[in-house]
Design a binder for this molecule. Structure first.
Ligand SMILES: *Cc1c(COP(=O)(O)O)cnc(C)c1O
Length: 456
């Protein structure tokens, strides 16, 4: 059965169709770092699903109705009503994106020296915990370590380890559950796991927050995979998940289906008061938090559309389809397929490239050279330990490439094209060269480094 996108196209944007010689030049100019490519160089952009979404006609209309009043804009109250209905949290602040919510929450809630415990902290989340003088500890479940297992909820936290952390000598200041678990292969968290976390957090008197960037995609996978939820709608499941926690931070550039936005929400009125002061000092007044009325109104509409079962089904099926086609073509990815991204197992496809020649990065570069497809490495280049000259001291546990899929942007034929390019690479993987670093910045290495092809 073809996947039928549950929408038709009303506005189009041409995508660059380029040749291999063009791409070879572009990649050399970019220092073999896909982050340095420009939009005109890229045919299919799988670098991120964040803020890359396509708006609906209703969202555009909502944008036209928006109210740009400085304080108390109608747009804010429309956004607030949708968030209240969805989350049940009494206190809610818009922010310009997820990391602003993280910064405000952690600097307000945590005391220096405390520990934040999570299934997996996203990288900006970890950075904001650390900038608050605290420690971020990841406790992924055992199943997460096996890339090939079809366990349904590999995003869960290890409950035994969580109890150990809460009962141990450390001062745990927050338990943060990332749904879906982006740093952990985009795998979902079960409702059973969230319920157990809520219980443990309450037992030890520690606040429990969600990092809810992909709350709707998590709800869809619960509906599909967790016993007892088949007849519960994704929206109802999402509401139940929010109800278990004391509050949330969220990047709405993902499941808000917009280009910019985020939120911080909670039950505790006293904590909300303190967060509001930081918000006003650093983001904006409490009724806009760094967003325009237009953003708030488009978000209010996006947050309604994102839990539509027909939309979620088509999106999940598209990702699963790409995973299947890639596997048939000879490229494995982390199983089972999630929703927002496919994590290709480059280490397995390119065994002739040792970790110090960055097999994940090599596959990401090859996808661009062969097909104009841009994606990001999640392997030793990003997560390994390097010395100042770019020599690898400790490889990452896996050599992966993340293909993040923007919402409502690409159709099945685009995915077929990507599968074909992958299949082509898998026909002669030994031809793919490794890479060597030529410029190694100390900070934010993977965004700013430059490389060259290595013939050794
Ligand atoms: C994207 C993301 C963030 C950060 O949000 P931004 O809007 O990019 O600042 C935090 N957590 C998760 C799980 C994310 O996916």
């Amino acid at each position: 059965m073809p996947i039928m996108e549950p929408y038709r196209i009303k506005v189009v944007e041409p995508i660059p169709i380029t040749t291999r010689p063009y791409r070879e030049k572009a990649m050399a100019r970019a220092g073999y770092n896909p982050f340095n490519l420009t939009a005109e160089d890229v045919t299919i952009d799988f670098l991120s699903d964040s803020g890359t979404n396509a708006l609906s006609a209703e969202q555009q209309a909502a944008g036209m109705r928006a109210d740009e009043t400085y304080a108390g804009a109608r747009s804010f109250f429309r956004f607030k009503d949708v968030v209240s209905e969805l989350t049940g949290y009494e206190h809610m602040f818009p922010v310009h994106q997820g990391r602003a919510a993280e910064r405000i929450l952690f600097t307000t809630l945590l005391k220096p020296g405390q520990v934040s415990v999570s299934n997996t902290h996203f990288d900006t989340t970890r950075a904001n915990v650390e900038m608050a003088g605290c420690v971020a500890r990841d406790l992924p479940c055992q199943e997460a370590a096996d890339l090939d297992s079809d366990a349904p909820f590999k995003g869960d936290i290890d409950l035994e380890a969580l109890r150990g952390a809460l009962a141990g000598p450390d001062d745990v200041g927050v338990v943060l559950m990332t749904i879906t678990n982006n740093g952990g292969g985009g795998q979902p968290v079960s409702m059973a796991n969230l319920e157990a976390v809520a219980k443990l957090a309450a037992e030890f008197g520690v606040p429990f927050f969600l990092d809810a960037a992909r709350f709707a995609e998590n709800a869809w996978l619960v509906n599909q995979r967790e016993p007892g939820y088949r007849d519960v709608s994704p929206r109802e499941i999402a509401r139940k998940a929010f109800a278990l926690a004391d509050g949330c931070v969220a990047s709405l550039k993902k499941d808000g289906i917009v280009h910019i936005g985020g939120m911080l929400a909670m039950r505790d009125p006293e904590l909300a008061k303190r967060c509001e002061l930081v918000l006003i000092a650093t983001e904006g007044f409490r009724t806009y938090g760094g967003l325009s009325g237009r953003d708030l109104d488009m978000l209010a509409q996006g947050l309604l559309e994102v839990t539509e079962p027909t939309y979620l089904r088509a999106r999940a099926e598209a990702t699963a389809y790409l995973a299947d086609q890639a596997r048939l073509g000879g490229v494995d990815s982390v199983r089972p397929a999630g929703v927002h991204a496919l994590y290709l197992n480059a280490g397995r496809l390119l065994p002739h490239i040792p970790p110090e020649r960055f097999p994940g990065h090599a596959l990401a570069c090859e996808l661009y050279l062969a097909g104009g497809i841009r994606c990001a490495e999640l392997g030793s280049l990003y997560l390994g330990e390097l010395d100042d000259d770019g020599n690898l001291l400790k490889p990452a546990p896996y050599e992966l490439v993340r293909m993040a899929i923007p919402r409502r942007v690409y159709t099945q034929s685009h995915l077929e094209y990507v599968a074909e390019v992958l299949t082509g690479i898998a026909k002669a993987p030994e031809k793919v060269p490794g890479y060597r670093l030529t410029e190694v910045p100390k900070l934010l290495r993977h965004f700013n480094c430059r490389l060259e092809q290595a013939s050794d």
